[in-house]
Design a protein around this ligand. Structure first.
Ligand code: ADP
Length: 487
């Protein structure tokens, strides 16, 4: 009977398949990468970055203050004026192509470091984050000498010095999203990675150094929110690009208002994944799992609100619960793992708080009976049924593997419910009917709408939000626009 149950749940026991860490090199201590050199932080302060899967310290990282930011911005300005903005697009492209190729050569090392520092599964960092990051550089390198075709009949000029601040959910990929279009269009950069995930950006700095970029074109400074704020407030920064929480995005918007700085924001989300009764149900269930549970729900466009047409709701919920029973939660370095570690203790506490709120709001909770490691920060995949549109867990971004399910009867009803959120980053539609897909893609107020798939990314495709999910687009031709002045 137990065997039968096991087969039914598809919860096979796999032997561990751990990715080796023997081929990576992480320094004990990292300084700031400014003007092509590694420089000590002027405060002399360093902070620790840990592996969220086991809470072990990975490295110490410099804590940059206003003085360091000033140094980095000055280096970027000098490189902009003297070298990078004067170089032809074809020459700039050579550097960017070289960086992309060198990243590919070090892909395995980057993937392992990403998994160690961020807690995301090796499957994800190896198959998604790192290849996409490389492709992003390849793609924008291709634009560097073709800007007059991107903006026909216009004179294209770079903006100047870009300050770029990124979060912890896709550390290397977000660095690529920010750096590649800025560099291709002739801007120089000061980039600040998130405090909990600085290591792949610092590894990237080593590769940038090896690639021989002119000093000051790319500066990488580490630190907390105050370091980011110093970058935002620096008078000689021409453009700020920020990806992170809506709360901090609003602060940055206020700080830059009236300053003349260009600004793009990619903020939070509460994206709807919509399943119609004619959808291929098994694929849709896989799409739901991919949309919210893989990558620990740490995707800003995670499909965290599920809408299922009423007549197939029981079937979808049954299949979803069964699939959730087969998900592996645990060591992110294990290739079998589906859900790795939550990035930080703070984030785990936030998620747990929301789970308590969901219970208190009277929603029915389902969590599979999976084993969870005793050390490290882990959260089982969690489903909330019987939720109302007004529930906090339906309205607020949780940023964890937590899904709410609502049902609907008509197309108009689901459009209204899906749009009833302050956010508008992404949505998914699952149906066999092409006309319905086109109807929904025009009416859903979200920057990206996936049809019969979810969380698919490509450098050629623009990404960005509506409403409180931010503005500006990254990726594709649209991604060049925030980094140029057109005459
Ligand atoms: P999350 O809540 O997902 O951690 P945050 O918005 O707090 O996202 O962080 C995203 C990035 O913004 C990080 O690099 C962080 O250090 C930085 N940051 C936090 N506060 C500020 C601020 N006031 N100004 C500029 N950057 C900030």
């Amino acid at each position: 009977m137990a065997k039968k149950q096991e087969l039914q749940n598809n919860s096979w026991e796999y032997a561990p398949s751990l990715e080796s860490t023997s081929h990576i090199s992480i320094q004990k201590k990292y300084d700031l990468y400014i003007d092509g050199k590694w420089v000590k932080p002027s405060s002399g302060k360093y902070f620790k970055t840990i592996n969220p899967a086991n809470e072990e310290v990975l490295a110490e990282v410099a804590d940059a203050n206003e003085k360091d930011i000033d140094k980095a911005v000055k280096a970027a300005r000098k490189a902009y004026t003297n070298v990078w903005s004067k170089m032809t697009g074809a020459e700039r492209a050579k550097y960017i192509y070289r960086l992309a190729r060198m990243m590919q050569e070090k892909a395995r090392e980057l993937a392992v470091i990403e998994t160690l520092d961020a807690g995301k599964t090796i499957r994800e960092s190896r198959d998604v984050d790192v290849p996409l990051a490389c492709n992003h550089f390849f793609y924008y390198a291709g634009w560097a000498d073709k800007l007059e075709y991107a903006f026909p009949n216009r004179n294209v000029e770079p903006v100047g010095v870009a300050g770029q601040i990124i979060p912890w959910n896709f550390p290397l990929l977000m660095a690529a999203w920010k750096l590649a279009p800025a560099l291709a269009t002739g801007n120089t950069v000061v980039l600040k990675p998130a405090e909990t995930t600085p290591l792949t950006a610092l590894k990237l700095a080593e590769i940038i150094d090896e690639a021989g970029f002119p000093p000051g074109v790319i500066n990488i400074v580490t630190g907390y929110g105050d370091t980011g704020a110093a970058l935002v407030n620096h008078a000689d920064v021409d453009k700020i690009a920020f990806t992170g929480s809506t709360a901090v995005g609003k602060l940055i918007q206020q700080a830059t208002a009236g300053s003349g700085k260009k600004l793009t924001l990619e903020l939070g989300g509460k994206s709807a994944n919509i399943i119609f009764d004619d959808a291929p149900i098994d694929q849709a269930v896989e799409g739901i799992v991919n949309g919210i549970f893989f990558n620990q729900g740490h995707v800003c466009c995670a499909g965290s609100r599920l809408f299922v047409q009423e007549n197939v709701a029981d079937l979808v919920i049954r299949k979803l619960k069964q699939r959730m029973e087969s998900l592996y939660v645990g060591n992110p370095l294990d290739k079998n793992t589906d859900i790795g570690a939550i990035n930080s203790k703070k984030q785990l506490e936030t998620i747990e708080q929301y789970i308590q709120i969901g219970k208190a709001e009277g929603a029915e909770i389902f969590q599979p009976t999976c084993a969870i490691p005793s050390k490290g920060f882990y959260c089982p995949p969690t489903l909330f049924l019987d939720v109302a549109q007004s529930n906090v867990i339906v309205q607020e971004e949780i940023f964890g593997p937590v899904l709410t399910i609502q049902t609907f009867r008509t197309v108009d009803e689901v459009i209204q419910k899906a749009n009833n959120t302050p956010y508008g980053l992404a949505a998914g539609v699952w149906t066999d009917k092409g006309s319905r897909i086109f109807n929904l893609t025009t009416k859903l107020r979200a920057g990206v709408v996936w049809a019969n798939t979810y969380n698919k990314f490509d450098p050629t495709s623009p990404f960005g939000g509506y409403k409180e999910s931010g503005y500006g687009r990254e990726g594709g031709l649209h991604g060049l626009r925030p980094y140029v002045r057109l005459k």
